[in-house]
Each structure stands twice: as structure tokens, then as C-alpha cells.
Design a protein around this ligand. Structure first.
Ligand code: HEM
Length: 532
């Protein structure tokens, strides 16, 4: 019996070994410079041991292959092409987008292969593929236009008042505090208020379920990521689906799913309207006319190139409730940590550079005084030039991500004889590009001048990937910029950030943080400007 079990285990191991290693000569055959693959993890054991963040690995590889247009690597057994040349990046993200519509390759959408809750995440826009993604993206795009964001402003201002009250207490007691802990409360409260008209009151209920569940949803332990990656083993995803195993944060997912569902039910029952995101999404569930549609973004602040319009036959299909629930969940998750992290870094950089903070305060004071001391209008907030420069520079220095695309149709890389095959993965190394001195002189220094209009226009738009690029860029960009600007204006009008010696000298990115936040946190103090 033991012998039989041993033989079965050996056979399974050999199958797995063969499956993982069979493509390890892929890049060598094509003459592409690359990082060797090793069984079972591919190019980077750090992903298995969780000793380095993925964005950091991608940045290191970018440096290593800096003068190449692209290089290869392996994620477990999967060959991945990392494209560094900005013109090729434009082709992939925009010009030839129809070859790279998805983020997941067919049959390897890990979120679709678990139990009911994992499958719910699989219906979110980030994971949807092909025409289904186009339909959902097209339908939800009008929710994030400037017109709709103007209506969100009043909700954000309510939350910013609560943030100022908290800042006032912090100024009273003069203590150092962790910036993302504070701004996470602002970002979850503004999302919950704008999305569902709910006030989680995170500033008062520090241990409230809303903030606790939000904080843990993007903190993924080594064991949790192993559970997800195990789905790359042939047959494992199928088995986990059959056994209804939820690998991604089931407790937290259930908490937010139940809130979304009960809000939808309440709105339907009472017919109440708050003109928040959930109302706008429920409106999207109504059937629409068939026809050619275009998904053309509005101005987009010149940050995102979208010159491919999504032209396709929109069928007369209603969005079902699962899609709405899933995308509400996604907006909360996608917006919470990213906005909290951006604000935390912005507060940290301003505390480190008092002269920049003073310039920003001057601009903000002027905007209030031009509006008789009242909060400026939506357009003024979004267009204050120095504020915009500070936010974009924060996103450059702290926010470069490795962006993923899956090839959906074979593609010959222009001016090469390299074919990216259907189902191959491509990475755009935002974390490397953002810190490349060819695009940003003295790239490790916080310098908002990098985003002065003339300088911005002198570079390729693909040197800034804070919100991605192309039709798959961040749908919530306008919302995120507004929330960030409202929060920082509310604070700087009356307070200043002061640098804290508690900050580590070298900022180490926490490998367990999905958005890539600092392991030891970022700290600051606040003082009243009258006491400066
Ligand atoms: C400062 C805050 C934020 C940052 C830095 C950020 C950044 C990003 C990035 C880099 C991507 C990938 C783009 C690509 O692959 O080209 C993305 C996608 C996405 N973001 Fe954001 N985001 C933020 C806030 C938000 C908010 C507030 C929401 C929703 C309310 C949101 C919803 C999404 C969605 C749904 C996608 C997937 C879009 C698709 O696949 O079509 N994000 N975001």
C-alpha cells in the first residue's frame, strides 16, 4: 500500500514538475534577455516566501534590463514579457488594445475558481474578460464622469469635516500618528458615504467592523497567497470550485457583500434615492437599446490616453445583481487602500518638504479667498495647478505598479520577430518607469515641478502610470483625485504636517500589502498654522 501511495505521489510530482518547467526555455528560444525559471516558483522565490513586494522585484529587474526594450521572466511556469520601451507600451495599452483586452489569461482567472465568494470577486471589473468586461465597463463609465463627481463633492465634504475634527484633536495632543491609519478612515468613510449613503463613523468607532474589515482585505498573508497560487496547479482550481473553497478573505468579503445587498434591497423597498453610486448603478441595471456604442472618456486630465474607443455591439442585456454587488465590493476595495496610501504619502512628503507645503497652502488659501472664504467649486478643486502637481508627484514616487495584461489574440511585437501568443502575460513595469532618471531627473526626490505643464508635455504620457493607461485604466481616477484633493485642502487650510523622527530612514515596502505600503508605516504630527 505504502509503495502504491509513494508511486502516486511521485507521478503527481513529475506531472507538476513537467507542467511548471515545460516552458522554461521559452525566452531562450526567442532570444529574449530574461531571468531564468526555477521549479516551482519561476523567476522569483521571493513571491513564494513573501520576502519582497512584487512591485519592488519588477523595479529591480527594470534596472537590470534598463537598456533593453523588453525582457522575459516566469511566474511559476508562465512566461511573462516585461515591456519597457514606451512606444511598445503605447501599442499594448492603447493602439493595439484589442490584442490585450484582459488581465487574466483564459482558464487562469484564479478568482473564478473558488467558492461562491471568490466567484463574486471574479465578476468585478478588474477580473472580467472580453465582451463581458466591455459591457460592464461601458455601463459603469457614466457613473464616474465629472458631472456625477460634482454630485459626490457634498458627500466628500461631509467626511472631510470629520477628518478635520480628528486632525484638530491630534493637533491638541501633539502626538505623532500613523498617516494611513488616519487617511484610511477618511477614504473608507468617503467611499461608504458616496457609494451607499452609509456613515461607518470610522473616526469615532476605531474598532468598528467597517474599518477593521477594510484594513484587512488588502493585507494578504503568505498562507493566503499560497492558497490562491495553488490554483495554478492543474486540476486544483476545478477541485476548489467543486469543494466551494473561498481563498480570498471570505470573512471580510461576506461582511461587505451583505452590506451591499441590504442597501440594494432597502433602496428597492423604499424607493428612496440618494443619488449616490449605488443609485447610479441600480439605474444601470435597466435594459438599454441595442446599437453601436462608444466609450469615450471625458477630459481625463491628460493623464490617461484612451484613443481606442470601445466600439462593439451592445446586446440588450441587463446587468444582473451579482455584477452590481461584485462591482460595489470592488469599488470599496479598489478605492480604500489606494486613496488612503496616496494621502498618507502626500502627508509624509509635505512634512519632509515644508517649503513645498507652504507653496501649496498659499494656493489653497487663494482658492478659498477667491470664493469668499467658502470651499471652492468642483472645477476649481480639480484644477488647482500646484495641488494637482503635488498629488501626481506623490503617485509617481509612491505609486508605480506592475500593470498586467493578458494577450487575447496572437500579436507580433512591432519591429521584432517576437510573437506574443494568446494567453501569454505582459507586464508594464510602472514601478521602474516612475523612477527612471531619463524621464524624471533626480527620481527619488519629491519634486512637484516634474508635473509642471511644460515638463509634463515634454515627456511621453506613458512615463506616468499611476492610474494605468488605455481603456483599462482606473475607472475611479476622477473620484480618487477629488477625494485626495478635498481631504488635503481641508487640512492644509488650517494645519501643517510636521515631520516625525519615528519614520524609518529607508522606506521598506511591505510584501503583504497589496497596494505596496510601507512596512513600518509613515508618521507625522500636525500643528495649527496659527501656531506655526
Ligand atoms: C489614488 C487612488 C487610486 C489609484 C492610485 C488607482 C490605481 C489604479 C490602477 C493603477 C489600475 C490599473 C490600471 C491598468 O491596468 O491600466 C486601476 C484599476 C481600477 N481601479 Fe483604481 N485607483 C485608485 C482609486 C480607485 C477608486 C476610488 C476606484 C473606484 C471607486 C477604483 C476602481 C478601479 C477599477 C474598477 C479598476 C479596474 C478597471 C478595469 O479593469 O476596467 N480605483 N486603479
Amino acid at each position: 500500500m505504502l509503495l502504491e501511495i509513494g508511486l502516486i505521489c511521485l507521478t503527481l510530482f513529475l506531472i507538476l514538475y513537467r507542467y511548471v518547467t515545460k516552458n522554461f526555455d521559452h525566452w531562450k528560444r526567442q532570444g529574449v534577455p530574461h531571468i531564468e525559471g526555477h521549479f516551482p516558483y519561476g523567476s522569483h522565490i521571493e513571491l513564494l516566501t513573501q520576502s519582497k513586494h512584487f512591485n519592488v522585484l519588477v523595479k529591480e529587474n527594470y534596472e537590470r534590463f534598463k537598456n533593453e526594450d523588453f525582457h522575459g521572466m516566469f511566474l511559476f511556469g508562465k512566461p511573462v514579457l516585461v515591456v519597457q520601451n514606451l512606444e511598445l507600451i503605447r501599442n499594448i495599452m492603447v493602439k493595439d488594445f484589442n490584442h490585450f483586452v484582459d488581465r487574466n489569461c483564459a482558464g487562469q482567472n484564479m478568482m473564478n475558481e473558488g467558492g461562491e465568494l471568490d466567484q463574486l470577486w471574479g465578476k468585478g471589473m478588474t477580473d472580467l474578460c472580453g465582451d463581458e468586461w466591455k459591457k460592464v465597463r461601458f455601463t459603469f463609465t457614466p457613473i464616474f464622469t465629472s458631472g456625477k463627481m460634482k454630485c459626490m463633492l457634498k458627500f466628500m465634504l461631509e467626511v472631510s469635516t470629520r477628518l478635520r475634527e480628528e486632525i484638530n484633536l491630534l493637533a491638541d495632543n501633539g502626538q505623532h500618528f500613523e498617516l494611513k491609519e488616519l487617511f484610511g478612515k477618511f477614504s473608507i468613510d468617503s467611499l461608504a458615504t458616496c457609494a451607499f449613503g452609509i456613515n461607518p463613523n470610522s473616526f469615532k468607532e476605531v474598532d468598528g467592523p467597517f474599518i477593521k474589515n477594510a484594513a484587512s482585505i488588502f493585507q494578504v498573508s503568505a498562507f493566503e497567497s499560497l492558497k490562491l497560487f495553488s490554483r495554478l496547479i492543474p486540476g486544483s482550481g476545478w477541485l476548489q470550485k467543486k469543494l466551494k473553497i473561498d481563498a480570498f478573505k471570505p470573512k471580510e468579503t461576506r461582511f461587505f457583500r451583505d452590506i451591499v445587498i441590504s442597501t440594494i434591497q432597502h433602496r428597492r423597498k423604499t424607493g428612496q434615492k440618494a443619488n449616490d453610486l449605488i443609485d447610479l448603478m441600480l439605474d444601470c441595471m435597466k435594459p438599454s437599446e441595442e446599437g453601436n456604442v462608444e466609450n469615450k472618456d471625458e477630459e481625463g486630465y491628460g493623464l490617461v490616453e484612451q484613443d481606442v474607443n470601445l466600439k462593439f455591439k451592445k446586446k440588450r442585456v441587463e446587468l444582473n445583481e451579482d455584477i452590481v454587488v461584485s462591482n460595489c465590493l470592488l469599488f470599496l476595495a479598489a478605492g480604500y487602500d489606494t486613496t488612503g496610501k496616496t494621502l498618507a504619502f502626500l502627508g509624509y512628503y509635505l512634512s519632509k518638504h515644508p517649503e513645498i507645503q507652504a507653496n501649496l497652502q498659499e494656493e489653497i488659501d487663494q482658492a478659498y479667498s477667491d470664493n469668499d472664504g467658502k470651499v471652492p467649486e468642483y472645477n476649481t478643486i480639480q484644477e488647482l495647478p500646484y495641488l494637482d502637481m503635488c498629488v501626481l508627484e506623490t503617485l509617481r514616487l509612491s505609486g508605480g505598479e506592475a500593470l498586467i495584461r493578458a494577450c487575447t489574440k496572437d500579436y507580433v511585437l512591432p519591429n521584432t520577430d517576437i510573437t506574443i501568443k494568446r494567453d501569454d502575460l505582459v507586464i508594464i513595469p510602472g514601478s521602474g518607469i516612475h523612477l527612471d532618471e531619463r524621464y524624471y531627473p533626480d527620481p527619488d526626490t519629491f519634486n512637484p515641478e516634474n508635473f509642471r505643464k511644460e515638463r509634463k508635455q515634454s515627456r511621453s504620457p506613458y512615463t506616468f502610470l499611476g492610474f494605468g493607461q488605455g481603456p483599462r485604466a482606473c475607472i475611479g481616477m476622477r473620484f480618487a483625485l477629488l477625494a485626495t484633493k478635498v481631504a488635503i485642502m481641508g487640512i492644509l487650510r488650517s494645519y501643517s504636517f510636521v515631520y516625525s523622527e519615528k519614520n524609518p530612514v529607508d522606506l521598506v515596502i511591505d510584501p503583504a500589502s497589496m497596494v505596496g505600503y510601507v512596512k513600518e508605516g509613515l508618521h507625522a504630527k500636525v500643528v495649527r498654522r496659527s501656531e506655526d
